[in-house]
Design a protein around this ligand. Structure first.
Ligand code: GLC
Length: 576
């Protein structure tokens, strides 16, 4: 349904005081529970790699501001920016040393204010990354906390006194020994860090800490931010009786770390103290361990968060590949359990995943662009809010470094050390990293064919993908069939057709190993999406007669009006 039709229908419905009962669909306007963040198209920017304005080789806020017209031209309606707070950068900004300040590499608070103003002037909302499961060890709270056992900030973190022996083993994702307890000699105790040693976990049981966090959130909300992405928050509540976990628990550590204790209590308090007082949205990173956990975080009647960001689908792509049947099953399962309550983010990449075209498509020369546009079609036609990662609109793919020296990410560097220490197969490790390492998605954004892809006049902090000579904004803007122009078209299509936002999703041809086919339906309007996920021709067995349908968009330059699909072909029809 076109947006103005929808508003008109709403008006009629309100005026007549009756519930409009549309044919062929269970959805009525009031059951849709429309919200701006459901209709948003979120563009994720990795600030370190987007645009450098001062030649230090690191992207910055002024750089982003200088590109706001580009972002606006994409048609996206919101930006999620990875953390920009002061940070010693052990984990690229996910280790925050001052929550009310801007990282020096990125600029100043004035730069931030100008950026936010520029976004709002263009009708673009801003979603802020909120990293409050842990801080940096260089945060003033932690420096105080580790100065003495009696310090008032001591209870902002988790400690274990050495005279009580070794603490029960906790797994750390980034620690070089995977040990989440780090010994501190000043106070002869261990502190907890689920991520790197420079990311001590905050103690959410302490009301004083929680109060500080709410004040920080209000500080940014008062500046006008439009939403928060809660980083790793599922881990924030811990069982602080520190029970021993069974041997090997780390294989499935999420079962022991996620959604523990009073997590929902904390989320409800965040909602009551901050979220409910501002016009802001909230999205959780991760969803706990079950669909029920995910619902418990985001169903509107619980007054916690707005939107879940599930990882199950992106986790199925392994260096050796994935099965489309599995992919379809996962997305369909999440959709069906969120049919009536809650809301989901839809994405195939972010700063923690490698490039979507390499993992889910095919980045070999004949298929990179086609499969990238096909995946874009998927993201933009699914039910849920699309989160689209910067550079994917150009069809950027993994850089696939050959040497460990090229990597900058604490995760890859520490994993390499672990494999080395154990005498493991370093070559096999490096090969797998070519597909899965996070730095693949963090290489500088490709603006043009000048040196360093126009990202910086200095030395880029991470190497630029050599394909920037042809894969870049300037070249793609000129090419009507480019990934970039396709992205703009499909964004517009989604914005013009609320059926793509709110319409019910129905999977067709479930057992087809090559084709993902589904319909979206709302108030009598029906859209069919056919996606060939393979490099071979394929037939979509939908039993739908396409003769009187309209092709809304397709990723090949020539039209196709059959259910026989070319390699990586994507087509979207309006069914009549
Ligand atoms: C989240 C972030 C990731 C970071 C980690 C620790 O998973 O997305 O980049 O390393 O939290 O903050």
């Amino acid at each position: 349904m076109k947006r103005n039709h929808c508003l008109f229908a709403l008006l009629i419905c309100l005026l007549s005081g009756i519930q409009n009962n549309y044919a062929q669909s269970n959805n009525t306007i009031d059951t849709l529970q429309t919200k701006w963040w459901k209709e948003a198209i979120v563009y994720q920017i990795y600030p370190r790699s987007f645009k450098d304005s001062d030649g230090d080789g690191i992207g910055d806020l002024k750089g982003i501001t200088s590109k706001l017209d580009y972002i606006k031209s994409l048609g996206v309606t919101a930006i999620w920016l990875n953390p920009i707070y002061s940070s010693p950068n052990d984990d690229n900004g996910y280790d925050i040393s001052d929550y009310r300040n801007i990282m020096k590499d990125f600029g100043t608070m004035e730069d931030f204010d100008a950026l936010l103003k520029g976004m709002h002037q263009r009708g673009i909302k801003f979603i802020m990354d909120l990293v409050v499961n842990h801080s940096s060890d260089e945060h003033a709270w932690f420096k105080e906390a580790k100065s003495s056992r009696n310090n008032p900030y001591r209870e902002y973190y988790h400690w274990w006194n050495a005279e009580d022996g070794k603490p029960p083993y906790r797994y750390s994702l980034f620690d070089v020994n995977h040990d989440a307890w780090m010994y501190d000699s000043t106070t002869k105790s261990y502190f907890l860090h689920f991520f790197s040693r420079k990311q001590p976990d905050l103690n959410w049981e302490n009301p004083a800490l929680r109060k500080e966090i709410y004040a920080i959130m209000k500080f940014w909300a008062d500046k006008g931010v439009d939403g928060y992405r809660l980083d790793a928050f599922g881990f924030a509540a811990k069982d602080t009786t520190w029970p021993r976990f069974p041997k090997g628990f780390e294989e499935n550590f999420s079962l022991y770390y996620s959604m523990q204790g009073n997590l929902h209590g904390y989320l409800q308090e965040i909602n009551k103290e901050v979220l409910s007082k501002y016009d802001v949205m909230s999205v959780a990173e991760g969803t706990g361990n079950t669909l029920e956990d995910a619902h418990n975080m985001v169903d509107a009647n619980r007054h916690e968060l707005n939107m879940a960001y599930p990882f199950e689908a992106v986790d199925i792509a392994k260096p050796e590949g994935y099965s489309l049947l599995h992919f379809k099953e996962v997305f369909s399962k999440w959709d069906s359990t969120f049919k009536d309550d809650g809301w989901l983010a839809v994405f195939l990449a972010n700063h923690d995943q490698a490039r979507m075209v390499t993992r889910f498509g095919n980045d070999s020369a004949p298929f990179r662009e086609l499969s990238s546009r096909m995946l874009t079609t998927f993201i933009m036609t699914m039910r849920g809010t699309p989160y689209y990662y910067n550079g994917d609109e150009l069809g950027m793919n993994n850089i696939k470094f050959d040497k460990i020296d090229d990597y900058r990410d604490v995760e890859s560097l520490n994993m390499y050390k672990q494999v080395k220490d154990k005498g493991g197969d370093l070559q096999a490790f490096l090969n797998a990293q070519k597909i899965s390492a996070r730095d693949n998605s963090r290489t500088p954004f490709q603006w043009n064919s000048d040196a360093n892809a126009g990202f910086t006049t200095g030395k880029p902090w991470l190497k630029v993908n050599p394909n920037y000579k042809t894969v870049n904004v300037v070249a793609e803007e000129k090419d009507s069939s480019s990934c970039l122009n396709y992205f703009k078209k499909i964004v517009k299509l989604r914005k013009d057709n609320l059926v793509l936002v709110y319409g019910t999703y129905t999977l067709l041809d479930k057992d087809n190993p090559q084709v993902y086919a589904y319909t979206r339906e709302l108030n009598g309007e029906k859209i069919l999406v056919l996606l060939n996920f393979s490099s071979k021709p394929a037939i979509a067995n939908t039993n739908i007669d396409l003769t009187s349908s309209d092709l809304l968009i397709g990723n090949y330059t020539s039209a196709n009006n059959t259910t026989a699909l070319r390699p990586y072909e994507a087509v979207v029809y309006e069914l009549k």
